[in-house]
Design a binder for this molecule. Structure first.
Ligand code: HEM
Length: 219
């Protein structure tokens, strides 16, 4: 007599669901709104990059939409926090993973503690964007409504420009690493964020703890 093995709903055709539709929508919303703010922000930042504003519809259009699209970016980040904050909590294993990051860079993943749904590098990037968004929002409001900053406190606006620029630069650094890692180092992760699915081998290799949990396997 053969026993029927129940296949969890999250698996089909040898693949495992990695991202739900809501997670993918949230991710692309945050990504594209960030990219728009990045392009327009760089145009305001340097005369050498002012051409970006022309490409994006002109300077007044860019100045008008930058803070509004940025609010959508912040809302996307809040949504991300609702969906992912638990998966992004740093564990003892993550701290050891970060201590051994050299092994990751040199492709010796087998020497690292097993990763859960996200590895420690992905978690770091996540927290960088969450705090980055907070700093960008806080400082951006001062730049958005300068008429409410009294003349005697003009220095406040100057400080906020600096905070906005530093927060932008730090998130740009993380963003470049994120694109490089996902597009060039782990292209399966781009497929996952597009289709929602990964193959079992990939899940087992890169996110073993998560793989064992969602498949109910022991090893
Ligand atoms: C989160 C909410 C945000 C708000 C409310 C906001 C608002 C603004 C405003 C009003 C300006 C000034 C434009 C001007 O009159 O010169 C500005 C500049 C800028 N923004 Fe944002 N922004 C936000 C997010 C972002 C994001 C996500 C980025 C992407 C990296 C970004 C990058 C920049 C840069 C580089 C500048 C130029 C700073 C300078 O003048 O040197 N901002 N922002």
């Amino acid at each position: 007599m053969s026993a029927t093995v129940a296949v969890p709903q999250t698996q089909h055709a040898g693949e495992i669901e990695r991202y739900t539709f809501a997670e993918r929508l949230m991710h692309w919303l945050s990504g594209f709104t960030y990219l728009y703010c990045l392009g327009t922000g760089l145009a305001f930042y340097s005369p050498h990059l002012f051409w970006i504003a022309y490409v994006l519809g002109g300077a007044p259009t860019s100045r008008f939409w930058h803070p509004i699209v940025a609010i959508v970016f912040v809302l996307g980040t809040v949504w991300m926090h609702v969906l992912w904050s638990r998966d992004m909590e740093m564990t003892e294993g993550d701290k050891r993973w970060l201590d051994g990051i050299q092994a990751y860079i040199t492709n010796h993943d087998e020497q690292l503690p097993l990763a859960d749904r996200f590895n420690a590098g992905q978690k770091l990037y996540y927290w960088l964007m969450v705090y980055g968004a907070l700093f960008l929002l806080f400082s951006g409001i001062f730049l958005w409504f300068p008429e409410y900053v009294p003349r005697q406190a003009a220095w406040v606006r100057r400080v906020m420009i600096l905070v906005h620029e530093v927060a932008a630069l730090v998130t740009i650094g993380g963003f470049i690493i994120h694109i490089y890692m996902s597009v060039f180092m782990e292209p399966a992760s781009v497929t996952a964020m597009t289709t929602g699915y990964v193959n079992r081998g990939w899940a087992r290799t890169y996110h073993r703890l998560w793989y064992l949990r969602v498949t109910g396997q022991k090893e």
